[in-house]
Design a protein around this ligand. Structure first.
Ligand SMILES: [Zn+2]
Length: 104
């Protein structure tokens, strides 16, 4: 990881005290707030009644560390990892950007 001394975010997994552990998901940013993003991704869910899989969308809220705030914009593909609950709805943190929305 490159050094970034201007990051004073205590909930940053790289420069702060927050430890990211647990499950990792990838998804597209559908909403962006200061210090928080909402991502959405598709997953397959098994429906027992019909013995088939169906596609279902999941939305997750994730903490956006201040050092990543300028890099991530709407529709970007990003990776988030589970961390301790930061609020009622946030228990994930953004760990990296995979693709920009303008990249194919
Ligand atoms: Zn940071």
């Amino acid at each position: 990881m490159e050094k970034q001394t201007n990051c004073k975010d205590k909930d940053c997994p790289f420069h702060g005290r927050l430890k990211a552990r647990g499950r990792i998901f990838e998804g597209r940013v559908i909403k962006k707030f200061p210090r928080r993003v909402v991502i959405e991704f598709e997953r397959m869910i098994y429906v027992r009644k019909y013995e088939r899989y169906k596609k279902s969308k999941t939305k997750l809220h994730a903490r956006l560390p201040s050092c990543l705030e300028n890099q991530i914009s709407l529709n970007d593909l990003i990776q988030i990892q589970e961390c301790r609950p930061l609020s009622k709805i946030i228990h994930f943190v953004v760990i990296k950007k995979i693709k920009s929305s303008n990249e194919k």
